[in-house]
Design a protein around this ligand. Structure first.
Ligand SMILES: *Cc1c(COP(=O)(O)O)cnc(C)c1O
Length: 392
């Protein structure tokens, strides 16, 4: 790919088609897809309901403009608000753009309250995207390096640490919002203490901050709830979605509730493509398929089966530090850098990746059958053993 900018270190394999949890390369080799294009194709590849919705809509009207009524977008917004208890939605084309909307919303909310230099609390090891605002919010120097000056207006605290937030609240009167991933994805499947989001909700209420959650990776059923924060039985003020929302059709969303829901007004934000009829139909079909096939509960079952299977197979290995999951966000933390596992797995017919250097990350589809669960567990177990037997 000589004429494509080298923003990715790419593997030499290219894929031609996919069906369910399977994906096929140009030589006809079949792989079990436990990555889903990084948490995107939760329904697997070529899902008939999504394919049909795209085909129908492509035959009818792909795009008009947000200058007009878009009934497909309105239906999707209603559905998303029903599922999340939110009030309004802004549609974007990606996760970073959904987060840009959230950051702009928080700043405008602050200005409307008379805060001239609004600050948003963000966390270490977070990932919010690659645009200037979202990389500034991101807690990873590698993502930021070379792009200074970064955007100001972020205060950073350790993930999972409630006391650190209370300290910021005491010392910084410009805070208007707190913005976290319910479970850090790129940060290495980091699951905070169970009370964390409840504590954030409480502090945000006390301080009159917006509680904003980045569910770009953890949303759309992946963790065994429509949205990961729902495990805590709280409702945020702002939530962002993308990845799994359209099963591969690019769509993101920034949802807001109550006092946050009417902050953005005509002229304050926009998107040419955002929520066009095609992507809205695809996302609606994705949601319907998740509902009709009972995939939220299935995500919990599959995630626990994979995690327990791996735990059994790898229990005697000292180099395996921890195997953790919430539904189908699964991390296997090793005691060493383990990126070579990606190639070993590819060789063995399995797609996965490694984040934060030492954590094998699985983001499998919500439609894995029992046989595929077993295949994933046995293949990955032997790949990890093969890797660990190699000299350090
Ligand atoms: C992937 C991701 C993003 C960025 O989404 P893009 O669609 O790549 O812009 C933002 N936040 C989280 C939590 C993500 O996992």
């Amino acid at each position: 790919m000589r004429h494509v900018m080298k923003t990715y270190g790419r593997k030499s394999v290219a894929f031609t088609h996919g069906e369910g949890a399977w994906i096929f390369d140009t030589t006809g080799k079949r792989y079990l897809d436990a990555l889903c294009g990084i948490a995107v194709t939760g329904l697997g590849h070529s899902h008939p309901r999504v394919t049909k919705a795209i085909q129908d809509q492509a035959n009818t009207l792909i795009h008009c403009s947000n200058l007009y009524q878009i009934p497909e977008q309105e239906s999707l917004a209603i559905k998303l608000c029903e599922l999340s208890n939110m009030d309004t939605v802004f549609f974007s084309n990606s996760g970073a753009e959904a987060n840009e909307a959230a950051i702009k919303l928080a700043r405008l909310y602050g200005h409307k309250q008379g805060v001239e230099k609004p600050v948003i609390i963000v966390t270490e090891q977070s990932f919010h995207g690659r645009t200037m605002a979202t990389l500034s919010a991101t807690g990873n120097r590698k993502v930021q390096a070379g792009f200074e000056p970064l955007l100001s207006g972020f205060a950073r605290v350790p993930f999972g640490d409630v006391e650190a937030i209370r300290q910021v609240a005491l010392n910084n009167k410009n805070v208007v919002a707190i913005f976290v991933e319910p479970i850090q994805g790129e940060g290495g499947i980091q699951i905070p203490p169970p009370y964390y989001l409840n504590a954030l909700r409480q502090i945000a209420d006390e301080e009159d901050w917006l509680m904003m959650v980045d569910e770009v990776q953890s949303g759309m059923g992946r963790t065994g709830a429509w949205f990961a924060h729902q495990h805590n039985k709280i409702i945020p003020d702002v939530m962002t979605l993308a990845k799994g929302l359209g099963n591969g059709i690019p769509i993101g969303a920034c949802l807001a509730r109550g006092k946050a829901s009417e902050t953005l007004t005509p002229g304050t934000h926009g998107s040419t493509f955002g929520g066009n009829p095609l992507v809205s139909r695809a996302a609606m079909a994705t949601i319907e398929a998740i509902e009709l096939d009972g995939l939220i509960d299935r995500a919990t079952f599959i995630g626990n089966a994979i995690t327990q299977g791996l735990a059994n197979n790898l229990k005697d290995l000292d180099s395996v530090i921890e195997i953790r999951n919430k539904g189908l966000m699964i991390g296997i933390e090793l005691d060493r850098r383990c990126t070579p596992i990606i190639d070993l797995a590819l060789e063995a017919g399995l797609l996965l990746n490694v984040t934060a250097d030492k954590i094998v990350r699985l983001l499998p589809p919500l439609i894995l059958d029992d046989e595929q669960i077993q295949l994933l567990v046995t293949t990955l177990s032997s790949v990890i053993k093969q890797f660990l037997n190699e000299p350090k």
